[in-house]
Design a binder for this molecule. Structure first.
Ligand code: XUL
Ligand code: CO
Length: 439
């Protein structure tokens, strides 16, 4: 293992009573739960872009974070050192997976073929590192937003040459993801959206986005890349209106363009809140539509109106996420990708580790609470009882499609006024949730 983070030990589980900032309090990776180790329930992934690339720059100031590779000037040397750092970080944190954009791992050159060569060099290093360190790729993706050519979008650009470039880039990103044994492939919209309808042909842009996805499916089939494609919804930022606004919008899009079979969702907590939903809502919409896939685990700040990508530390939220994950049958190809970065002022290199420990422990704790809530049927039993009128009598007839408006009118005339409504007991249920949170 490389030794770029000498001050940081391998992080071990020490239990809830530990005061050691470099220890897990709740995450015990090899603890067996329901027949499999905790690490396989949670399937944590490190996001290459935040952890190896971002340095804390924002619109108002430059980066604040010193990293071992900052001293290097040749972009390929930087990329190579980041590979070493990536495996050291994952090893020290017992993180089994990572996720990347093509441009996170290798620098873009003057031509696509030179860029692809850079990528191939780094992909070989990643392949070897994955083998040596027993690490896996949760998903890969292509950055169709950083380069200025994508100023109008990629697949939804007004410029057909840009559409072509984006296709070439995604083709290569799918190839390398496949080569590295990636278990999924993500499409986050990037700049696929609009800032003003005064210059936008929305219908054509959406048709083109669907054409792009069909081309991706055709090519994946051609190269035997059989993994799910995930769409990661986000309502705004960078564009005013992103086409993949939220899960329901994406679901309608996938249905309209006959893409339901091959796509699932990658739901991100902070994107959900930007859409004025919470992440549980987004996961539930995905689940009931057969689109549950993977999670970008982070949190936003309710008082800041953009995507702050903070490490997830709110255990109510991690509990609700894991509740939905368990109810969906657990992760299969997906996992919990920390699409999160330490705050700009959390500038020490150690903060990379402290931040991941915080997120990992918050999810481990949330997972255990969610499991008990489900095991005890706390909400599910209440819900079953709440809807029990649909299991007998007229409710059963409704569900089974045996009655229409005429029969229901006859039933109602006979019934008179409704006298059977029971309390929804929200506060009681919130108290039960608190009991499980804190006992
Ligand atoms: C942007 C975002 C992306 C995707 C991958 O808000 O979440 O990093 O996760 O492109
Ligand atoms: Co994300």
């Amino acid at each position: 293992m490389a030794d770029l983070f000498k001050n940081v030990p391998v992080i071990k589980y020490e239990g809830a009573g530990s005061d050691n900032p470099f220890a897990f309090k709740y995450y015990n990776p090899d603890e067996m739960i329901d027949g499999k180790p905790m690490r396989d329930h949670l399937r944590f992934a490190m996001a290459y872009w935040h952890t190896l690339v971002a340095l804390g720059a924002d619109q108002f100031g430059v980066g604040t974070m010193d990293r071992p590779w900052n001293a290097l000037s040749n972009p390929m040397d930087v990329a190579k050192m980041r590979v070493e750092a990536a495996f050291e970080i994952m090893n020290k944190l017992s993180i089994d997976y990572f996720c990347f954009h093509d441009r996170d791992v290798a620098p873009e050159a003057d031509t696509l073929s030179e860029t692809n060569k850079n990528l191939d060099v780094i992909v070989e290093l990643l392949k070897q590192g994955m083998k040596d360190n027993n690490k896996k790729l949760l998903w890969g993706t292509a950055s169709l937003f950083g380069n200025k050519r994508y100023m109008h979008g990629g697949a939804t650009s007004c410029n057909a040459d840009v559409f072509a470039f984006a296709a070439a880039q995604v083709k290569k990103a799918m190839e390398v993801t496949n080569y590295l044994g990636g278990e999924g492939y993500v499409f986050w919209g990037g700049r696929e959206g609009y800032d003003t309808l005064l210059n936008t042909d929305m219908g054509l842009e959406l048709d083109n986005l669907a054409r792009f996805f069909h081309m991706a499916i055709d090519y994946a089939d051609e190269i035997g890349f059989k993994v799910p494609f995930y769409i990661e919804p986000k309502p705004k930022e960078p564009t005013k209106h992103q086409y993949d606004f939220d899960t329901a919008t994406v679901c309608a899009f996938l249905q309209k363009y006959n893409l339901m079979d091959r796509f699932k969702m990658n739901i991100e907590t902070n994107h959900a809140t930007l859409a004025t939903h919470d992440v549980q809502h987004e996961l539930r919409v995905a689940r009931i539509n057969g689109l549950f896939g993977s999670v970008d685990a982070n949190q936003g700040d309710m008082l800041i109106g953009w995507d702050t990508d903070q490490f997830p530390t709110d255990i109510y939220t991690t509990t609700k996420v894991m509740y939905e994950v368990i109810m969906a049958g657990g992760f299969t190809t997906g996992g919990l990708n920390f699409d999160a970065k330490p705050r700009r002022a959390s500038s020490d290199t150690d903060d990379i580790f402290i931040a991941h420990i915080a997120g990992i422990d918050a999810f481990a704790k949330g997972f255990k609470i969610a499991r008990r809530l489900i095991e005890d049927g706390v909400f599910e039993n209440f819900i079953a009882d709440r809807y029990s009128s649909y299991t007998t009598g007229i409710g059963k007839d409704i569900v089974e499609g045996k009655v229409g408006f005429k029969e229901l009118e006859a039933y109602t005339l006979k019934m008179g006024e409704v006298t059977t409504n029971k309390s929804g007991r929200q506060e009681y249920l919130e108290t039960l949730l608190n009991k499980y949170m804190f006992e």
